[in-house]
Ligand binder design. Structure first.
Ligand code: PPE
Length: 304
């Protein structure tokens, strides 16, 4: 069960958690056209800070732009509301979920006058793929479901409906006894996880999927920056399923998943079957960055 906080920001006002409700004929509930974000706030020395707030707000507005939805608030108002939601709920560390959706009004696929709502909720959310997964690595299954083609749902928008594809893959993986799924793109190349981007390590260098069939992950970007600073070579290049099998290390990244090592894919052990040196280094540098323990990226943290 979600760990309830006390109030949720809805269109400019705080509403008690239990009363933050919508009509059952809310348009997005039926047709899936909505856009959202996932952001984390971490404890830092002397307080808390939101990690890469501006980038997440920018992506929310980019997603809305792709989907031709006009969010009735500015970026500045949205960023301020996110900070206020954390403060009002007295949360020290939390996950923040802003969502813009089409409200109640007319039904049918083409609606012009239904209101667009913006809601921001925040709650404590621990590890996405388990504490043990973070420490020892997870087991992954290449999905029988293909990542939506780049001209199907628009992978650069973090859109509600896109997550049907993700949930099908995740459910299938869990049904088969795996922790997480990995989707291939419509040409058969590695794409991303249901809610994570992927990196592999070969010969000491990192490889990650180019920005085609994937969400433009903010953690992916942070990891690439941190890897560059650590002198690790990075390539954005398509790679195949069998290259995964022979990689020395592999890991998932995402706001929720943070940096989660992968120890097995489709029954094949990856490397030594435990988080390798590059993965450990990236994971440690990432956790230092989000907790403000490295002074290299002050712009990444917005203190409460
Ligand atoms: N790909 C997908 C499909 C995705 O959903 C996410 C985030 C990422 C990559 C990584 O993006 P970023 O968070 O900017 O590094 N998935 C969010 C939702 C997870 C959920 O289950 O809900 C997240 O991590 O917040």
């Amino acid at each position: 069960m979600i760990q309830a906080a006390s109030s949720i920001w809805m269109d400019g006002d705080f509403v008690p958690w239990q009363e933050a409700q919508v009509h059952v004929l809310t348009h997005t509930l039926h047709y899936g056209l909505g856009v959202f974000e996932g952001i984390r706030c971490y404890q830092i020395d002397g307080g808390s800070a939101v990690f890469r707030l501006e980038e997440h707000v920018d992506r929310l507005f980019a997603s809305a732009h792709i989907m031709q939805m006009t969010i009735p608030f500015s970026r500045e108002e949205t960023a301020a509301a996110i900070l206020e939601t954390i403060r009002v709920n007295s949360l020290k560390e939390c996950y923040i979920r802003p969502i813009a959706f089409i409200g109640y009004g007319d039904m049918g696929l083409y609606v012009q006058d239904n209101p667009i709502h913006l809601v921001i909720a925040a709650w404590p959310w621990g590890t996405y793929l388990g504490e043990e997964g973070l420490r020892r690595g997870i087991r992954v299954m290449v999905s029988s479901f293909t990542r939506s083609h780049v001209n199907t749902i628009m992978t650069k928008a973090k859109a509600c409906g896109a997550y049907i594809n993700s949930q099908l893959a995740k459910r299938e993986a869990v049904l088969h006894g795996y922790n997480e799924a990995l989707l291939l793109d419509s040409e058969g190349y590695v794409s991303e996880g249901p809610g994570e981007n992927i990196f592999i390590v070969r010969n000491g260098g990192l490889k990650t999927t180019p920005l085609t069939s994937i969400l433009e992950g903010i953690t992916r970007d942070s990891v690439m920056t941190l890897a560059g600073e650590a002198g690790i070579e990075i390539r954005e290049e398509r790679f195949t399923r069998d290259e995964l099998y022979v990689s020395d290390e592999a890991f998932f990244v995402g706001t929720a998943a943070e940096v989660t090592p992968i120890r097995e894919i489709d029954g094949r052990v990856i490397g030594a079957g435990e988080p390798g040196p590059v993965t450990r280094r990236i994971q440690s540098n990432y956790f230092d960055a989000v907790h403000g323990k490295s002074s290299d990226h002050p712009a990444w943290l917005t203190a409460l």
